[in-house]
Structures are given as structure tokens and as C-alpha cells.
Design a protein around this ligand. Sequence first.
Ligand code: IPE
Ligand code: IPE
Ligand code: MG
Length: 242
Amino acid sequence: MTSPASLPEHVAIIMDGNGRWALRQGRPRTDGHEAGSDALKRTIETALKYRIRILTVYAFSSENWSRPKSEVRKLLELFLRALNREVRELDEHGVRIRFVGDRSAFNPALRDGMARAEKRTRDNSALLLNVAVNYGGHADIAGAARRLAEAVARDELDSKQIDADRLGAELALGDQIPPDLFIRTGGEMRLSNFLLWELAYTELYFTEVLWPDFDGGDFEAALDDYARRERRFGGLGEVKHA
Ligand code: IPE
Ligand code: IPE
Ligand code: MG
């Protein structure tokens, strides 16, 4: 495995391919979501093993409401059940859970479950787990711009003070370092409205593996690939100067 120095501190994952995984076995799509929650559990264990500081996962996008009502209902039911089932163990492992996205659309039981999980784990520091639910990158950026505009209107902020750092700080992950490594399972090569601002200089990694099949070895393959990348951030990196 790679040396600790070349491990990412923040990994962001689009957990995609649940539906196809189930359909390939002649099972309903929602069985894939169920299996997907086991894959998330394994992934958290691997993140803890490698002492990754932050893991941000895309669980439900603001566009996923356009799926059939029955799938959305089942998905949110599974989400609440997994939350109630896993919080104690996550807490014991030192995982701090945070939800990002617009939770106002969810029913009170789900909102309550999310708030309780955040409260119970808020002092943990082994791993910060951000779970993006009803999250969309465009809405996140638009919300940040709106809050800054409101602060200007109230005379609390001069518009000249608005720069990339100021806007970035208003985002849902504004208090955290941006992802070093992005992983998307399921073979699609797109961002699907995930962390559009934060991924500016993130290393991107795509795999055909469907999310329910994603295991520790697949995660390690992504970490190995990341360790071989040269991050230049617009500079020249290790390239020799002429
Ligand atoms: C990802 O799997 C989970 C969610 C989007 C909630 P999908 O349900 O998108 O699975 P595929 O991409 O259709 O296989
Ligand atoms: C992205 O996957 C959202 C989540 C994994 C939660 P989608 O399956 O919704 O993305 P598209 O529709 O293929 O772009
Ligand atoms: Mg999908």
C-alpha cells in the first residue's frame, strides 16, 4: 500500500450503480440500494483503516426526486433504517456524521433521525462522514450567493469583500478542505451536480465497478492510483525548469 504521506485526507464518492446491480440479477432496483448500504459500511471501515480524515458520499441528489415515487419512498425508508441501525457502531468507531443538502423536503422522522445522529456523534474525530442528501451543487452555490447578497443588503458586508474564499466559505462544506480524491462507481463519467465548486482541483477516479460490489480492494486501487498522480494546481510541480 501507499505511504501515509500520499494518502488523500478527503475522499468524495458518487455511489452509483445500485439499480443496475439489482436488475442484472433479476431483482428490484431497491435491492441494489439495500446492498449499497453494506458497501458504504465497508467503505467507512476502509477509510478508518487508512486514517482518511473526511469522507463525503452522495446518497441522494436533488434530481433523484424525478424517479418513480415508489423508488424514492423505498430509498428514504432504507436510509432511515440504515441510519438508526448503524449510528451506534459509527459512534463507537469515532465517526462524526454530518448531513449536507436541503433536508426541509424530508419527513419529520427522517429529519429527526438525521439531527439525532449529528448530535450523538458531534464530538467524534476519527473520521468526518458527510452524507449528501437532497444535495445539488448548483443549489449550494446559489444559496451561498443569496446569503452574501442578503448580508450586503443588510449593510453587514461590502460587495468588494466577496471573493472566491468568501463564497466558498458559505457552501455546505465551507468549513472543510476540498476533496483530494473523487471516486465515481458505476461507469458514468460525469459529476451529476456533486460538489461542483469543491472539485476544482480534485483528482478524479472513475471505475466500472457497481457500488454494491465496491469493496476494500477497490478502494485501495483508487488510493494507489491517487498516490501516483502529480498534483500541480496550475504550477509546474516536479517538471524541471529550463
Ligand atoms: C445510485 O444508484 C444510488 C442513488 C442514485 C440513490 P442508482 O440507483 O443510480 O443505480 P443505477 O445508476 O441506476 O444503476
Ligand atoms: C448520482 O447518481 C447521485 C447519487 C449517486 C446519489 P445518478 O444515478 O442520480 O446520476 P445520473 O442520473 O446517472 O447522472
Ligand atoms: Mg445512477
